[in-house]
Ligand binder design. Sequence first.
Ligand SMILES: *Cc1c(COP(=O)(O)O)cnc(C)c1O
Length: 453
Amino acid sequence: MKYVSTRGKSPKVGFCQAVANGLAPDGGLYLPEILPQISTSTLKSWEGLTYPELTSEFFSLFATDIEKDRLDAICARSYTKFEHKDIAPLVPLRNRLFVLELFHGPTLAFKDFALQLLGNLYQEQIEKTGKPITVLGATSGDTGAAAIHGLLGKEGVNIFILYPNGRVSPLQERQMTCTGASNVYPLAIEGSFDDAQKALKETFEDLDFKKEVGLSAVNSINLARILAQSVYYLYAYLQLKEAQRRNLTFVVPTGNFGNVFAGWLLRRMGVNIGDFQVATNQNDILYRFFEEGIYESGTVKPSLAPSMDIQVASNFERLLYYILDEDPEKVTEAMQSIKSEGRFDIPDNQIVSNFSASRTSDYEIPSIIDGVYSQFKYIVDPHTACGFKRTGTKGVNIILSTAHPAKFPDTIEKAIGVHAKSDSLEALKNKKIVKTSITATTESIQSYIRQKI
Ligand SMILES: *Cc1c(COP(=O)(O)O)cnc(C)c1O
């Protein structure tokens, strides 16, 4: 199986190389040259598999350059730090309404599903090539914590995460800085997330440095992250009865479009899922796209669901590739139009089916949390709350719960007067914070990295 870039100007590569590269050299995103199909009989044979077993079966369709027994071992190792025996429990709230809880991993958000696995894939790559890797990322909170917990203690990997000092939640900062791991370097910068992002980008543009230290990124455009996320959709689907599967909608709190794209990809692979509801917060670029066919970025308005505060949905390019007939030239044109005019209009004859969209304002989030609590005695975090504003109630709805409510205690407390708690977050409060302050310039980042590796 080979992987191509959405922009068509990069050499085809194997799975491991696509994962190691992250972004394709032409600036595009990797997708399989031919998308594998999953037959009904294959699906049937996957019923009853454990979560890691299912992950390995699914990845074996893509990772054809990793031997199956190694893949089995990688997947088995990747879900040992989850606190629930089902890994991704499907919780019924009432007849035909389910929540898929994706917050039982080490950092209590769904990003652990991909980053725990990615850490082990990196390790596989290091064993193969003998070359150490330096991971550098910038975060506004959740991704950095999940990346750190995916890579901590891994031999041959050092991880450096830039974050805006004082602008991530205290709990998120503790998740990054209280690990005690010697290969983890949280770097607090003065400034905003955008400043961190800018310094990161410039550091990656220095190709000599990149080569010197084996620099790699863990951002949400990595193909392995998408595929790891497809698995929980499949896992939930396989638990439903035939009749429930027939009229199924997944409702997905959405920011960068990675999570919902992972589900939609399964549909494209032949799994009979009805629809996907893209649930945004007040940063509604994707809502406007699916309602009006116009993709136009504005300015980010900080919200109560901060991990969905985005202006540009980086994984959207992958959907564009499929809706523009897998034509890299059309994708390149669309991306250029987004870059230069801040806007892209979907051609009139193009239909984007199987998606609906909703947007939830900050005004609505607390009242949804309150409503869900009084109706079901169930506490949802502010991101998941956006998924409870549904566009339709026909058929079976599965709402993806992307974070544990205890990550956002203030919003929950204000909404329902309950203090949401998690043992692992409580335990963090007694640990020592270890972080370094650094100026957000390429020079200081480079010299810090050189000194540590
Ligand atoms: C990252 C994140 C999202 C958004 O996911 P995308 O893949 O960017 O659409 C939603 N909720 C939480 C809690 C997150 O951490």
